[in-house]
Design a protein around this ligand. Sequence first.
Ligand code: F6R
Length: 241
Amino acid sequence: MQIHVVENYEKMSELAANYFAEVISEKPNCVIGLATGSTPVGMYSLLGKKCTEEGLDFSEVRSVNLDEYYPISPENEQSYRYFMNKNLFDKTNIDKANTNVPDGTAKDVDAFCREYEAKIDAMGGIDIQILGIGRNGHIGFNEPDSYLVPFTHLTALTESTIEANSRFFESEADVPKHALTMGIQSVFKARRIVILASGADKAEAVRDMLKGNISTACPASLLCLHPDVIFICDKDAYSLV
Ligand code: F6R
């Protein structure tokens, strides 16, 4: 794992946006793997600027998102589809038909998960995947457990994640209790993974990822086994390493 410790959130976002811009410039029809949450917002805003001000062309870019609450409608302002439209897709010239976010309204969840996984394969896999890290070490919604489901699946969110995500909702009771998420094996299909962490509330998770054992108790620690991972974090997130 390549590690970059930078001064702050802005520097982290800048470096991450540059890695993505490089892949998009070199391979205009690349497949980018995307995450939601607070962490990649700065990077998405910079990619939007690169598109509108510097001509970075998203017209052939294809994307696949890690996860989505379940059940939730794509029109719901708390849905990850809504988040992606607002924070990245509407700021670039990406063709929405080329963007994929798990379907929070899927009736047959098992069939949906199989199709999502097959779609990633049919696209030729992910060229570059962005990840955030949960305070409990989760990636996507692969929560710490004694075992992990390798491929796209429906999962129950842990109390810690529900509490962390309640900041986006009116109350904790409104946070959906389930999500569709790509599995660890789906994430590992990415040729390159860029994982970001910012702020002191991520310091324990970062320490466990880098200094603990490789364990499903800290799903992010499994990334140490992937051949091309770039970890970019700010000083606060790195403070316990
Ligand atoms: C979101 C996702 C989650 C977040 C993680 C960190 O698509 O996959 O794993 O990356 O919960 O969230 P933030 O960035 O809000 O701290």
